[in-house]
Design a protein around this ligand. Structure first.
Ligand code: SAH
Length: 481
């Protein structure tokens, strides 16, 4: 049963429960969390249902209700515990287009009842399309624990300010930003601590401040750009700040390397724009990306520039910053897990190690313009003396050239090399080889982009089983030497 979650109003017409036993009572109790009263169609009522009737919260109708009792209901729950009767009710409801639920009989249902986390104004409904009710209950328990008990009060408080905020600020990014300030700031904190008066005066202040900004400068205030590291692909490797930025974005400019699951975390209304840079084929030139960031921020938007890994490691984040600074645009930078770190974590090898590697060097396998690197800026002889780990980014096609340069500089021929393709993603692959194998046989890794290559003694440390394929290298070593 595939379902779409909605919230149904019981304000005009009460829901109907068919049946008078314990199961019906349980369902009536659930509905009464939100309904003023329910109608119960049954001959005999159990003690709980009778108590509801006595308290004026339930009205008893004759059993076996027909079309007239079902038409127009926001919801009918048939809990008669009689298969034939439930089927009859379901059929009538279906023909009238009235949502119907029969406990534990998914084929008869057109509506599923969610597990509910109830915080007054805030309601969270959890559904598993009837596949795993127990899982829904577990999630509910977890959310009950995670969500502040006064969340509903906070929502109510916000509701009481809605009209004033609407009068003070036009609809759009600025109004939303005001609400974000309120919910992320001291006003919400005060309310959650039960200090309503304090919260109210803080909200007053925020509204005044937001309205003044508008009057003073006469034009829309500038937005801002958040440079966010999206990590290597697995959304679980995002920072909490990155998630918060994605949830606040009006527009997200993302690279090709950013994982699907990461983009799904962006605010639902956010515009997602791919500026997909892949090696050698920049679909949007850097200067144009810079101009887009500037233009959107100037239009008052919260702009997220989402980059694979860390924005400041081979990410051209520096160039974007320069362009934004010239225009005086507010900038925030949120670091991300860089691919080399993710690859090392996945291999369970340390990039530095007290005994075998005291430094780590991140290098690009391509020079600007796409050529293989000359490494002129690196003291390769010093690195060759060992005690160092070299992590090469963008080196899939130039790996062999790089390996030869390193060997020429004196790296030992059997130095272990590990390549990790698609680190942290479902299609991750890890291949171990040696520097001389790579030098002689460029295709030996059989990898495609994105991949990082780790050169160094630490690459000889992975636990058995972590690497997919270890290339035979003895002869090649000899051939090269
Ligand atoms: N800013 C990024 C690097 C961008 S350069 C970071 O900090 O990770 C692009 C290169 O990063 C790719 O060519 C590849 O070498 C590396 N890379 C990015 N994601 C990767 C991944 N999931 N697995 C392996 N390498 C990756």
């Amino acid at each position: 049963m595939r379902t779409f979650p909605i919230f149904v109003s019981f304000d005009d017409t009460p829901p109907l429960v068919v049946g008078g036993g314990q199961l019906a009572a349980m369902k009536a109790r659930l509905l009464l969390k939100r309904a003023d009263h329910v109608d119960v169609a049954a001959d005999l009522l159990d003690a709980e249902l009778s108590a509801f009737v006595d308290a004026g919260r339930a009205v008893q109708l004759a059993p076996m209700p027909g079309i007239d009792q079902i038409r127009g209901r926001p919801l009918v729950i048939s809990a008669s515990e009689d298969e034939e009767e439930d089927a009859r009710i379901a059929k009538i409801a279906r023909s009238l287009g009235v949502p119907v639920n029969v406990p534990d009989r998914p084929p008869l249902c057109t509506a599923a009842l969610p597990a509910i986390v109830d915080r007054g104004e805030v309601t969270i409904a959890i559904g598993t399309s009837a596949a795993a009710p127990v899982l829904a209950q577990r999630l509910r328990a977890w959310l009950e624990h995670e969500l502040h008990p006064r969340l509903g009060d906070l929502a109510k408080l916000a509701g009481s300010f809605r009209d004033r905020v609407a009068g003070a600020l036009p609809e759009g990014p600025r109004r939303r930003r005001l609400w974000e300030t309120i919910f992320d700031g001291p006003a919400a904190a005060a309310m959650l601590q039960g200090e309503e008066a304090e919260a109210r005066s803080l909200i007053d202040l925020e509204i005044e401040r937001a309205a003044e900004t508008r009057e003073n400068d006469g034009h829309a205030p500038q937005g801002r750009v958040v440079l966010v590291g999206a990590g290597p692909g697995d959304p679980e490797l995002l920072t909490m700040k990155a998630i918060r930025a994605l949830k606040a974005a009006d527009v997200v400019f993302h690279d090709k390397l950013v994982g699907e699951g990461v983009l799904e975390l962006a605010r639902r209304e956010a515009e997602l724009i791919s500026v997909g840079k892949t090696k050698g084929a920049h679909s949007v030139p850097q200067s144009e990306i810079n101009a887009l960031l500037v233009a959107r921020a100037k239009a008052g938007q919260t702009v997220v520039r989402l980059k694979g890994g860390d924005p400041f490691i081979f990410g051209r984040g520096g160039e974007e910053l320069d362009a934004l600074r010239v225009e005086n645009i507010a900038i925030e930078v949120i670091p991300g897990v860089t691919a080399g770190a993710a690859a090392a974590a996945s291999l369970q090898i340390p990039l530095t190690h007290r005994e075998v590697s005291h430094t780590v060097t991140f290098v690009s396998g391509h020079e600007a313009g796409g050529a293989a690197p000359s490494f002129e800026h690196l003291d390769l002889r010093a690195l060759a003396s060992g005690n160092n780990t070299l992590v090469v980014y963008m080196g899939v096609t130039t790996g062999a050239v790089i390996a030869r340069r390193l060997l020429d500089a004196g790296f030992r021929t059997a130095l272990p090399v590990i390549a990790v393709e698609n680190a942290s993603r479902p299609k991750e692959r890890r291949i171990a080889t040696t520097i001389s194998t790579l030098a002689v046989d460029p295709d030996s890794l059989g990898l495609s982009s994105p991949a990082v290559l780790i050169f160094g003694e630490v690459a000889g440390l992975p636990a058995a089983g972590t690497v997919e394929r270890i290339l035979a290298h003895e002869e090649v070593v000899r051939a090269y030497a």
